[in-house]
Ligand binder design. Structure first.
Ligand code: HEM
Ligand code: HEM
Length: 215
């Protein structure tokens, strides 16, 4: 066996930052700190843009082409959920990959609709003027409904990770924290891209968001 680096630092930082920021996005609107809600929304949007680009240019395990396999393979993977076997997955498994895509899409819809939302008080998304009040009300409603979908998917996500721990005795959380997991000595390691490229991508993503919200 060898300890193999499967998750690069950018993916891990992205993940745990998203967890914290989604919690605060919920909290800030719940306790009416909308100024902060909007700032957190922009930050999430920036991270999401970064993650999408990293899904094309980043390390092997971050790439969409690598972890999006056929839906049939995903179902086949789920059929083996109760089988206790060592974790030999380098990156997301065939079912998890689709879950990741769904989560990223929902977070995108949330941050995207937020830009056009209003709360009938003193908060308006920076692009509300492009659509007018009626459409903005409708998009605010989608913003509200979509967050319920996000909550449901988060519960499913955590339940799935718990199921892997209980049924398969596989600890998926540790690699998402440390980046490494024990793998057979002959397993080929994924190619990791320098975090410097991630910093550059993040800077460009921040620039794009800053430009969009000033339109
Ligand atoms: C706000 C809540 C959460 C959201 C939105 C979220 C979202 C995500 C996303 C988007 C990924 C894919 C990472 C990537 O490829 O960039 C992921 C993976 C993962 N998340 Fe979460 N997550 C949340 C909470 C949690 C929590 C609480 C845990 C720990 C119990 C966790 C553990 C993991 C693990 C272990 C993976 C990797 C799964 C694998 O091995 O394929 N997540 N999550
Ligand atoms: C992924 C990031 C975001 C999350 C998780 C999020 C979450 C939420 C939630 C849970 C609500 C409460 C919905 C309700 O109960 O009515 C809300 C409301 C709102 N959010 Fe966001 N939001 C995000 C991004 C944004 C962004 C980027 C903006 C604007 C720049 C924004 C602007 C608003 C506004 C104006 C409301 C009030 C809507 C109303 O009262 O109908 N949000 N958001």
């Amino acid at each position: 066996m060898q300890r193999m680096k499967v998750w690069d630092l950018p993916v891990r930082l992205f993940h745990w930052a998203i967890v914290v920021l989604i919690f605060f996005a919920w909290g800030t609107q719940e306790f009416d700190h909308m100024e902060w809600h909007v700032r957190i929304g922009y930050t999430i949007l920036t991270l999401l843009l970064f993650r999408i680009v990293w899904g094309f240019i980043g390390s092997d395990t971050a790439r969409f082409t690598r972890f999006l396999r056929s839906p049939l393979e995903g179902l086949r993977h789920l059929a083996r959920l109760r089988r206790r076997e060592p974790d030999q997955e380098v990156g997301h498994n065939a079912a998890g990959g689709w879950m990741v895509l769904l989560m990223l899409a929902l977070i995108g819809i949330q941050a995207g609709t937020g830009l056009f939302s209003n709360d009938d008080a003193n908060t308006e998304g920076p692009l509300m003027h492009l659509v007018g009040k009626d459409q903005s009300d409708w998009l605010s409603h989608i913003h509200y409904l979509n967050f319920m979908a996000i909550e449901a998917v988060i519960v499913l996500h955590v339940l799935a990770i718990t199921a892997y721990a209980v049924l398969k005795r596989q600890n998926l959380v540790r690699p998402m924290v440390t980046g490494t997991k024990p793998m057979p000595a002959d397993a080929p390691a994924p190619r990791l891209v320098s975090p410097r490229w991630a910093v550059l991508t993040l800077a460009v993503a921040a620039g794009v968001v800053a430009w969009v919200v000033r339109l």
